[in-house]
Design a protein around this ligand. Structure first.
Ligand code: AMP
Ligand code: MG
Length: 402
């Protein structure tokens, strides 16, 4: 049995990043850039006014005061998008709007609130203006040729906006991984089916489906395989056109736990079986015909948590993301937890921020079949292998879900 860190290392070592494809900006949110982006132009593209006000020469406002304002001659009114043909000379100003090109001869803008119109053609300035005041300089945000976004960035709304302002309607992003899901078990029935005694519905199909979507993948539901070798193999083969395959159930030591057996029959290079963790111990990982395959445990909580700990980082690496580590915080434990040495525990928890400190408590009974306790949780308390019973009040590591 290997530990969580070694298992993750083995997995990531086997995962290759998918090649890029071109996507329109409207399809790019949440996807990972597969190219570095350099600015094709300056932003802003020209010197412009940061305020509604008057463009002028700072020198002309020296010694202006409330009592003795400077009076400038307004030679034109300009709106954003129009370029003035006039040049400002000594003692002159041009009425200007936010975003309008700075007129020739001007070096500053005074905002309209600090002025008073004086007759039709003049304006009173009450304070000296510093050269460059309220002017946004050409290239002050981004210089032409500068690298603005680095390959591996997961695009958010601000990134998308930046790309738009640089005129990039399409960008190279990595292909979305296609991921097969196969539920197994004689007792497992699809969500629409009628339950006979002893049967239950396949919640794993749908938790995995949504977890894959959440991580930017395209799920392919292969349905449910009974615990019969032929059916299991046939269904598994229908996932061989995917970038990754997930099975649920059939990997522990029960008499009908056939997944490992079938994988071996299909020539799978099994990298490991069983990880020192709770829940999720019976996890299997290998490569079938070169495709990474995870045999996830059947218990609903184990399935979700092994996805979060192993499948998610594997997917992120496939997508070319530059960061696939979990985000952890420190929290004060509000109740004691009993623990066995040697396993890493992932305890379903509710973690809250209170006056500068995170506090965390469990969602109650931690049986790995209790999906409700997962639904109540917003986080997992991660207790390291070497730890034994953990007391109330100590600091523990917490990772947030979703
Ligand atoms: P197994 O590892 O196949 O013995 O499954 C462990 C437990 O998980 C059993 O109680 C199964 O009934 C349950 N289980 C297996 N597959 C699913 C599934 N797709 N959805 C919900 N529960 C499942
Ligand atoms: Mg089973």
């Amino acid at each position: 049995m290997i530990n969580v860190d070694s298992a993750l290392k083995i997995i990531l070592n086997d995962i290759r990043t998918l090649r890029g494809e071109s996507a329109h900006l409207t399809e790019s949110l949440g996807r990972v850039l597969a190219e570095d982006i350099y600015a094709s132009s300056d932003i802003p593209g020209f010197d412009n006014s940061a305020m509604d006000g008057y463009a002028l020469r700072a020198l002309d406002t020296q010694n202006a005061s409330k009592r003795i304002p400077k009076i400038l001659n307004v030679i034109e009114d300009r709106r954003a998008g129009y370029i003035s043909r006039r040049e400002i000379k000594n003692g002159q100003a041009i009425r200007i709007m936010t975003g309008a090109v700075m007129p020739k001869g001007s070096d500053s803008v005074v905002m309209v609130e600090d002025t008073q119109r004086h007759g039709k053609d003049n304006v009173k300035i009450f304070n000296p203006v510093k050269r460059g005041d309220s002017v946004r300089r050409k290239g002050e945000d981004i210089k032409k040729g500068e690298m603005v976004l680095v390959k591996g960035t997961r695009l958010n709304s601000a990134h998308v906006g930046l790309l738009a302002s640089l005129g990039k309607a399409r960008v190279l992003v990595s292909r979305k991984p296609k991921i097969a899901i196969l539920a197994t078990g004689d007792e497992v029935v699809d969500v629409g089916g009628k339950l006979k005694p002893g049967e239950l519905r396949s919640s794993n199909t749908y938790t995995l489906y949504s977890q894959i979507l959440k991580c930017g993948g395209i799920p392919k539901n292969l349905g449910i395989a009974k615990d019969k070798p032929q059916m299991l193999e046939a269904k598994l083969r229908s996932g061989l056109d995917c970038d990754m395959i997930l099975t649920s159930g059939g990997v522990s030591v029960g008499d009908y736990d056939l997944v490992k057996f079938i994988l071996a029959k299909m020539g799978t290079n099994i990298r490991f079986w069983k990880v020192a963790m709770r829940p999720g111990k019976p996890l299997v990982f290998g490569l079938v015909k070169g495709i990474p395959i995870f045999g996830l445990p059947g218990n609903p909580v184990s399935s979700m948590i092994t996805f979060d700990v192993f499948v998610k980082p594997a997917m992120l690496k496939m997508e070319g993301a530059d960061d696939f580590s979990a985000k952890n915080v420190d929290a004060v434990l509000e109740e004691g937890i009993t623990k066995r040495r040697g396993l890493r525990y992932f305890v379903r928890a509710i973690t809250r921020w209170d006056d500068g400190v995170y506090f965390t408590r469990t969602t109650g009974p931690q049986g790995s079949g209790i999906l409700k306790s997962m639904a109540l949780a917003n986080s997992l308390i991660v207790l390291p292998e070497e730890e034994e019973n953990v007391d109330k009040g100590v600091r523990v590591t917490v990772r947030f879900l979703e």
